[in-house]
Design a protein around this ligand. Structure first.
Ligand SMILES: NC(=O)c1ccc[n+]([C@@H]2O[C@H](COP(=O)([O-])OP(=O)(O)OC[C@H]3O[C@@H](n4cnc5c(N)ncnc54)[C@H](O)[C@@H]3O)[C@@H](O)[C@H]2O)c1
Length: 252
Protein backbone atom coordinates (compact mmCIF):
# COMPACT_ATOMS: atom_id res chain seq x y z
CA UNK A 1 0.00 0.00 0.00
CA UNK A 2 1.24 3.56 -0.70
CA UNK A 3 0.94 5.36 2.63
CA UNK A 4 1.46 9.03 3.45
CA UNK A 5 2.56 9.56 7.07
CA UNK A 6 2.25 13.11 8.39
CA UNK A 7 4.03 14.28 11.53
CA UNK A 8 6.79 11.89 10.49
CA UNK A 9 9.49 13.70 12.48
CA UNK A 10 7.48 13.42 15.72
CA UNK A 11 7.63 11.12 18.70
CA UNK A 12 4.78 8.77 17.76
CA UNK A 13 6.14 8.42 14.23
CA UNK A 14 9.52 7.53 15.70
CA UNK A 15 7.91 4.50 17.37
CA UNK A 16 5.66 3.65 14.42
CA UNK A 17 7.73 4.07 11.27
CA UNK A 18 10.16 1.19 11.86
CA UNK A 19 7.08 -1.06 12.01
CA UNK A 20 5.59 0.22 8.73
CA UNK A 21 8.85 0.37 6.77
CA UNK A 22 9.25 -2.60 4.48
CA UNK A 23 5.52 -3.33 4.67
CA UNK A 24 4.32 -0.25 2.80
CA UNK A 25 5.61 2.27 0.29
CA UNK A 26 6.01 5.34 2.51
CA UNK A 27 5.76 9.06 1.78
CA UNK A 28 6.85 10.99 4.86
CA UNK A 29 6.11 14.62 5.66
CA UNK A 30 6.62 17.11 8.47
CA UNK A 31 7.57 20.78 8.88
CA UNK A 32 11.21 19.67 9.00
CA UNK A 33 12.55 16.75 6.97
CA UNK A 34 11.93 13.53 8.91
CA UNK A 35 14.64 10.91 9.17
CA UNK A 36 13.44 7.99 7.03
CA UNK A 37 13.73 4.43 8.33
CA UNK A 38 14.43 2.45 5.19
CA UNK A 39 13.40 3.55 1.71
CA UNK A 40 10.83 6.36 1.71
CA UNK A 41 9.91 9.50 -0.17
CA UNK A 42 10.50 12.54 2.08
CA UNK A 43 8.52 15.72 1.36
CA UNK A 44 8.85 18.41 4.06
CA UNK A 45 6.36 21.29 4.22
CA UNK A 46 3.49 22.95 6.05
CA UNK A 47 0.18 21.05 5.93
CA UNK A 48 -1.73 24.25 6.65
CA UNK A 49 -0.98 25.07 2.99
CA UNK A 50 -3.89 23.61 1.02
CA UNK A 51 -1.94 23.16 -2.21
CA UNK A 52 0.84 21.32 -0.37
CA UNK A 53 -1.63 18.98 1.33
CA UNK A 54 -3.26 18.24 -2.03
CA UNK A 55 0.06 17.47 -3.71
CA UNK A 56 1.00 15.14 -0.86
CA UNK A 57 -2.22 13.13 -1.05
CA UNK A 58 -2.05 12.59 -4.79
CA UNK A 59 -1.30 8.97 -5.64
CA UNK A 60 -1.46 7.44 -2.15
CA UNK A 61 -3.84 4.71 -0.97
CA UNK A 62 -3.93 5.75 2.68
CA UNK A 63 -2.90 8.57 5.02
CA UNK A 64 -1.74 8.10 8.60
CA UNK A 65 -2.26 11.58 9.99
CA UNK A 66 -0.06 12.15 13.03
CA UNK A 67 0.86 15.84 12.56
CA UNK A 68 -0.50 17.97 15.36
CA UNK A 69 0.20 19.52 18.73
CA UNK A 70 0.14 16.71 21.33
CA UNK A 71 0.53 18.92 24.43
CA UNK A 72 -2.63 18.87 26.60
CA UNK A 73 -1.63 21.93 28.64
CA UNK A 74 -1.42 24.32 25.71
CA UNK A 75 -3.92 27.08 24.95
CA UNK A 76 -6.14 27.61 21.93
CA UNK A 77 -3.57 29.76 20.08
CA UNK A 78 -1.17 26.85 19.81
CA UNK A 79 -3.77 24.12 19.33
CA UNK A 80 -6.19 25.42 16.71
CA UNK A 81 -3.74 25.51 13.79
CA UNK A 82 -2.19 22.05 14.13
CA UNK A 83 -5.22 20.23 15.57
CA UNK A 84 -8.18 21.90 13.83
CA UNK A 85 -6.99 23.61 10.65
CA UNK A 86 -4.43 20.98 9.61
CA UNK A 87 -6.67 17.88 9.92
CA UNK A 88 -9.41 19.61 7.90
CA UNK A 89 -6.85 20.39 5.19
CA UNK A 90 -5.64 16.80 5.16
CA UNK A 91 -9.14 15.29 5.14
CA UNK A 92 -10.21 17.57 2.30
CA UNK A 93 -7.08 16.83 0.29
CA UNK A 94 -7.41 13.08 0.89
CA UNK A 95 -11.06 13.12 -0.20
CA UNK A 96 -10.22 15.09 -3.33
CA UNK A 97 -7.38 12.72 -4.22
CA UNK A 98 -9.58 9.62 -3.80
CA UNK A 99 -7.56 8.24 -0.87
CA UNK A 100 -9.21 5.02 0.38
CA UNK A 101 -8.48 5.24 4.12
CA UNK A 102 -7.33 7.91 6.57
CA UNK A 103 -6.08 6.82 9.98
CA UNK A 104 -6.39 9.86 12.21
CA UNK A 105 -4.42 10.24 15.45
CA UNK A 106 -6.92 11.19 18.11
CA UNK A 107 -6.40 10.85 21.86
CA UNK A 108 -7.78 9.34 25.05
CA UNK A 109 -8.24 12.98 26.12
CA UNK A 110 -11.51 13.04 24.09
CA UNK A 111 -12.95 10.87 26.86
CA UNK A 112 -10.73 12.10 29.71
CA UNK A 113 -13.63 13.98 31.34
CA UNK A 114 -14.98 10.59 32.42
CA UNK A 115 -11.90 9.87 34.48
CA UNK A 116 -13.58 10.33 37.85
CA UNK A 117 -15.96 7.35 38.14
CA UNK A 118 -18.68 9.76 39.35
CA UNK A 119 -18.66 11.43 35.89
CA UNK A 120 -19.47 8.17 34.08
CA UNK A 121 -22.93 7.33 32.77
CA UNK A 122 -22.44 3.70 33.80
CA UNK A 123 -20.13 1.80 36.09
CA UNK A 124 -16.96 0.19 34.81
CA UNK A 125 -14.32 1.40 32.40
CA UNK A 126 -14.70 4.35 29.98
CA UNK A 127 -16.29 3.23 26.70
CA UNK A 128 -15.95 4.49 23.13
CA UNK A 129 -19.74 4.27 22.76
CA UNK A 130 -20.19 7.15 25.23
CA UNK A 131 -20.44 10.76 23.94
CA UNK A 132 -17.12 12.63 23.80
CA UNK A 133 -16.22 14.26 27.12
CA UNK A 134 -12.84 15.97 26.76
CA UNK A 135 -10.79 16.80 29.84
CA UNK A 136 -9.01 19.80 28.25
CA UNK A 137 -8.83 22.10 25.22
CA UNK A 138 -6.47 19.65 23.55
CA UNK A 139 -9.11 16.93 23.95
CA UNK A 140 -11.71 19.30 22.50
CA UNK A 141 -9.60 19.84 19.37
CA UNK A 142 -9.33 16.08 18.99
CA UNK A 143 -13.13 15.78 19.25
CA UNK A 144 -13.32 18.28 16.39
CA UNK A 145 -10.94 16.17 14.29
CA UNK A 146 -13.11 13.09 14.81
CA UNK A 147 -16.25 15.06 13.93
CA UNK A 148 -14.69 16.47 10.75
CA UNK A 149 -13.60 12.95 9.81
CA UNK A 150 -17.13 11.68 10.29
CA UNK A 151 -18.50 14.33 7.93
CA UNK A 152 -16.19 13.07 5.19
CA UNK A 153 -16.93 9.41 5.94
CA UNK A 154 -20.70 9.98 5.98
CA UNK A 155 -20.52 11.83 2.67
CA UNK A 156 -18.94 8.75 1.12
CA UNK A 157 -15.80 10.69 0.21
CA UNK A 158 -13.45 8.51 2.20
CA UNK A 159 -13.20 6.12 5.14
CA UNK A 160 -11.62 7.22 8.41
CA UNK A 161 -10.48 5.27 11.44
CA UNK A 162 -9.74 7.56 14.41
CA UNK A 163 -7.36 6.05 16.95
CA UNK A 164 -7.75 7.51 20.44
CA UNK A 165 -4.15 6.85 21.35
CA UNK A 166 -2.95 6.45 24.91
CA UNK A 167 0.44 7.71 26.06
CA UNK A 168 2.94 6.49 23.47
CA UNK A 169 6.38 5.81 24.94
CA UNK A 170 8.83 2.90 24.62
CA UNK A 171 8.13 2.14 28.30
CA UNK A 172 5.83 3.90 30.80
CA UNK A 173 7.93 6.81 32.17
CA UNK A 174 6.13 6.76 35.55
CA UNK A 175 3.36 4.80 37.28
CA UNK A 176 1.04 7.67 36.41
CA UNK A 177 1.17 6.35 32.84
CA UNK A 178 0.09 2.84 33.80
CA UNK A 179 -3.60 3.28 32.92
CA UNK A 180 -3.13 4.82 29.45
CA UNK A 181 0.27 3.54 28.30
CA UNK A 182 0.51 2.44 24.66
CA UNK A 183 3.68 0.52 23.89
CA UNK A 184 5.34 0.51 20.45
CA UNK A 185 4.27 -2.99 19.33
CA UNK A 186 0.63 -2.28 20.20
CA UNK A 187 0.77 1.12 18.49
CA UNK A 188 2.12 -0.55 15.36
CA UNK A 189 -0.48 -3.29 15.46
CA UNK A 190 -3.33 -0.77 15.90
CA UNK A 191 -2.23 1.38 12.94
CA UNK A 192 -1.68 -1.66 10.71
CA UNK A 193 -5.11 -3.00 11.55
CA UNK A 194 -6.69 0.43 11.10
CA UNK A 195 -5.24 0.64 7.58
CA UNK A 196 -7.09 -2.52 6.53
CA UNK A 197 -10.15 -2.74 8.80
CA UNK A 198 -13.53 -3.15 7.14
CA UNK A 199 -15.20 -0.06 8.66
CA UNK A 200 -16.41 3.19 7.09
CA UNK A 201 -15.87 5.29 10.22
CA UNK A 202 -14.98 4.60 13.81
CA UNK A 203 -13.20 6.09 16.81
CA UNK A 204 -11.35 3.61 19.01
CA UNK A 205 -9.43 3.89 22.24
CA UNK A 206 -6.04 2.25 21.85
CA UNK A 207 -3.88 1.48 24.87
CA UNK A 208 -1.81 -1.54 25.76
CA UNK A 209 -3.47 -4.28 27.83
CA UNK A 210 -2.88 -2.45 31.10
CA UNK A 211 -4.14 -4.10 34.26
CA UNK A 212 -5.01 -0.72 35.78
CA UNK A 213 -6.74 0.51 32.61
CA UNK A 214 -9.56 3.02 32.96
CA UNK A 215 -10.46 2.66 29.27
CA UNK A 216 -12.30 -0.24 27.69
CA UNK A 217 -10.78 -1.64 24.48
CA UNK A 218 -13.75 -3.73 23.36
CA UNK A 219 -14.65 -1.58 20.34
CA UNK A 220 -11.12 -1.81 18.94
CA UNK A 221 -10.97 -5.54 19.62
CA UNK A 222 -14.33 -6.07 17.89
CA UNK A 223 -14.01 -3.79 14.83
CA UNK A 224 -10.26 -3.73 14.22
CA UNK A 225 -9.27 -7.11 15.62
CA UNK A 226 -6.88 -5.24 17.93
CA UNK A 227 -5.21 -7.63 20.39
CA UNK A 228 -2.63 -5.80 22.51
CA UNK A 229 0.36 -7.83 23.64
CA UNK A 230 2.03 -5.40 26.08
CA UNK A 231 1.01 -4.26 29.57
CA UNK A 232 2.28 -1.56 31.90
CA UNK A 233 2.19 -3.86 34.95
CA UNK A 234 5.45 -5.39 33.71
CA UNK A 235 7.11 -2.10 34.81
CA UNK A 236 5.63 -2.09 38.32
CA UNK A 237 9.04 -2.45 40.00
CA UNK A 238 11.03 -0.17 37.70
CA UNK A 239 8.76 2.84 37.03
CA UNK A 240 8.88 5.76 39.52
CA UNK A 241 5.74 7.41 40.90
CA UNK A 242 4.27 10.25 38.83
CA UNK A 243 1.02 12.00 37.95
CA UNK A 244 -1.56 10.63 35.50
CA UNK A 245 -1.32 11.57 31.83
CA UNK A 246 -5.01 12.53 31.93
CA UNK A 247 -5.96 16.07 32.92
CA UNK A 248 -7.67 16.89 36.17
CA UNK A 249 -9.92 19.49 34.51
CA UNK A 250 -10.04 23.13 35.48
CA UNK A 251 -9.21 24.62 32.06
CA UNK A 252 -11.75 27.19 31.05
N1 LIG B 1 2.56 11.33 22.09
C1 LIG B 1 1.51 10.70 22.59
O1 LIG B 1 1.63 9.96 23.55
C2 LIG B 1 0.15 10.89 21.96
C3 LIG B 1 -0.97 10.36 22.62
C4 LIG B 1 -2.21 10.50 22.03
C5 LIG B 1 -2.34 11.14 20.81
N2 LIG B 1 -1.23 11.66 20.20
C6 LIG B 1 -1.40 12.33 18.91
O2 LIG B 1 -0.52 11.70 17.99
C7 LIG B 1 -0.01 12.67 17.08
C8 LIG B 1 1.51 12.66 17.11
O3 LIG B 1 1.94 13.01 18.40
P1 LIG B 1 3.50 13.17 18.73
O4 LIG B 1 3.67 12.91 20.18
O5 LIG B 1 4.30 12.42 17.75
O6 LIG B 1 3.68 14.72 18.50
P2 LIG B 1 5.03 15.48 18.07
O7 LIG B 1 4.88 16.90 18.46
O8 LIG B 1 6.22 14.73 18.55
O9 LIG B 1 4.95 15.33 16.49
C9 LIG B 1 3.97 15.99 15.74
C10 LIG B 1 4.61 16.49 14.48
O10 LIG B 1 3.62 17.20 13.72
C11 LIG B 1 4.31 18.19 13.01
N3 LIG B 1 3.42 19.27 12.60
C12 LIG B 1 2.70 20.11 13.40
N4 LIG B 1 2.08 21.03 12.65
C13 LIG B 1 2.37 20.76 11.35
C14 LIG B 1 2.04 21.37 10.11
N5 LIG B 1 1.28 22.49 10.05
N6 LIG B 1 2.52 20.84 8.97
C15 LIG B 1 3.32 19.74 9.02
N7 LIG B 1 3.68 19.11 10.17
C16 LIG B 1 3.22 19.63 11.32
C17 LIG B 1 5.37 18.71 14.00
O11 LIG B 1 6.43 19.35 13.32
C18 LIG B 1 5.78 17.45 14.73
O12 LIG B 1 6.99 16.90 14.24
C19 LIG B 1 -0.63 14.01 17.48
O13 LIG B 1 -1.76 14.23 16.69
C20 LIG B 1 -1.02 13.79 18.93
O14 LIG B 1 -2.08 14.63 19.31
C21 LIG B 1 0.00 11.54 20.76
Amino acid sequence: MRVLVTGAAGGVAGLLLPQLAGEHELRLTDLRAPQPVGPAEVVPGDLADRGFAERLCAGVDAVVHLAGNPRPNEGWDRLLGPNVEVPTRVLAAAAQAGVRRVVLASSVHVLGGYRPPAARPASGPIRDSWPPHPCCRYGATKVFGEAAARVYADSGALSVVCLRLGGCRPVPPTRGWFDTWLGPADLGQAVRRALWADVRFGAYTITSANTRAVFDLDAARRDLGYAPVLGSEAYRDSAPDGPSTLCRGGQG
